[in-house]
Every structure is written in C-alpha cells, then in structure tokens.
Design a protein around this ligand. Structure first.
Ligand SMILES: [Zn+2]
Length: 58
C-alpha cells in the first residue's frame, strides 16, 4: 500500500516556503552575514541566490 501524501507529480513539496534546500541555505547564510555586518558576504550570498534562482527556478 502506498498512502503517502504527495504532490501531483510525486514530489512532496511544501508550497510557499523555500522549495529547495539550497535556497534555504543561501538565505540562511545571507541572514547571518547581515547580522554580522558582513557586507561582502551578504552581497556574495545575494548574488549566489540570484544565480541559483535563475539556474534552478527559471
Ligand atoms: Zn532553490
């Protein structure tokens, strides 16, 4: 029996929230950088996020 609740395509994706672990990770890193006042790191993470989204979520 297979009674797991999953999406129409078989992927269990929590809608609205970060759908992928990489987004979550980049976001978390950027958040930490901002909190620490690390401007360069924050910018690097913002760039990484943009690149990642274009590459994976376009
Ligand atoms: Zn992502």
């Amino acid at each position: 029996m297979h009674t797991e609740a999953s999406g129409p395509n078989g992927e269990a994706a929590p809608a609205r929230v970060e759908r992928c672990a990489q987004c979550k990770e980049i976001k978390a890193k950027r958040h930490i950088a901002v909190q620490q006042g690390d401007q360069r790191m924050a910018e690097a993470m913002a760039t990484a996020m943009g690149r990642h989204q274009r590459a994976v979520h376009s």
